[in-house]
Design a protein around this ligand. Structure first.
Ligand code: NDP
Length: 324
């Protein structure tokens, strides 16, 4: 029997139930992965609450690292015994073992431990596409990045430093501010104490930034637009405080012909060659030690409710994992 988390309804952390299932053999194109570590991401909260709908009953979790135990017909690029990791659909990573489309699996370089992989795949691939593909950042750019001490945020701070990009981070506490600075942020604003729009204007000498990366959504959206220089790019990539309310396109014109995009990792890694290129880039900066992804919070799979409570109440910093 395999222990997995299942939801039969959406709601609070209590809807995640640990149940025993008999795992079917992997089907065509699938590999069976026994997890050594599982990633916890804010997107899991959106699926749990129903903000992102999915048919029920359903599993949860989009990121894991472990060993291939079996492969189904037609699988060629992974084999039994491979150390692998993944970030992607379908949900169901909150499990001791699972079947996964083999096309989503990446063979892990020897130097990357399972726990690091589970902490970094989804968040690291996200920073990779946000900084290299949504916008191709270059040395000297100044950007605003919200939730800079979160899982995605700490990787972003370090990757910005690698690229020579001045990252202005926002955070919710002084402890988080210190952590973001230590990880490479050029400036940090505690948005619970200071008006982040005014501070960004001060820091940039009134010019504003060329790109804002906003994963907070409802609470920061308008302020983020106000931080942009004319022709700047608003990258709205999450909704930790709630979805962005409808807005008029004139909001973009009146602030100086702004651009806006609402990207998703799934689109940027849908093609196998894009996934492999992004992963090679991520494995490169982690392998060189330029970006470090320590596990900041560890929970047993059975304690996943606590992991969600901590994430939603903004107690966590950096990445969280579950141990099966
Ligand atoms: P984080 O570790 O960053 O946790 C979320 C952080 O958001 C909190 O720690 C908190 O930091 C901040 N926050 C601000 N307002 C709220 C609120 N009302 N409730 C909860 N948190 C709030 O999570 P992840 O690293 O997993 O993800 C970061 C964001 O990136 C999420 O919005 C996620 O959905 C998005 N994302 C999007 C992807 C995409 O491709 N579009 C892919 C991956 C992630 P503080 O206390 O400092 O304010």
């Amino acid at each position: 029997m395999t222990k997995v988390i299942q939801m039969t309804r959406t709601g609070g952390p209590e809807v995640m139930e640990l149940i025993d299932v008999t795992l079917a053999p992997p089907g065509p194109g699938e590999a069976q992965v026994r997890h050594e570590a599982i990633g916890v991401n804010f997107i899991d909260v959106y699926f749990r609450t129903g903000l992102y709908p999915q048919p029920l009953p359903a599993g949860l979790g989009m990121e894991g690292a472990g060993v291939v135990e079996a492969v189904g017909p037609g699988v060629t690029h992974v084999k039994v015994g491979d150390r692998v990791a993944y970030a992607g659909r379908p949900n169901g990573a909150y499990a001791q073992a699972r079947n996964m489309p083999a096309s989503a699996l990446l063979v892990l370089p020897e130097h990357i431990p399972f726990e690091t992989a589970a902490a970094m795949m989804l968040q690291g691939l996200t920073v990779q596409y946000l900084f290299h593909r949504t916008v191709a950042l270059k040395a000297g750019d100044t950007i605003l990045f919200h939730a800079a001490a979160g899982g995605v945020g700490l990787i972003a701070c370090q990757w910005a430093r690698v690229l020579g990009v001045n990252l202005i981070g926002t955070v919710g506490s002084d402890q988080k501010a210190a952590l973001a600075l230590a990880n490479g942020a050029a400036h940090v604003i505690n948005y619970n104490k200071e008006n982040f729009v005014e501070r960004v204007r001060e820091i940039t000498g009134g010019k504003g930034v060329s790109v804002v990366y906003d994963s907070i959504g409802k609470d920061t959206f308008t302020g983020s637009l106000d931080c942009l220089a004319p022709l700047g790019m608003m990258v709205s990539f999450g909704n930790a405080s709630g979805p962005v309310p409808p807005f008029s396109l004139n909001e973009l014109a009146s602030r100086g012909s702004l651009f806006i995009t609402r990207p998703s990792l799934m689109n940027y890694t849908a093609k196998r060659e894009d996934l492999e290129a992004s992963a090679a880039s991520l494995f490169g900066v982690v392998g060189s030690g330029e970006v470090k992804v320590p596990v900041h919070q560890r929970y047993n799979l059975a304690d996943v409710a606590q992991a969600h409570i901590d994430l939603e109440s903004r107690k966590t910093m950096g990445s969280s994992i579950l141990l099966p």
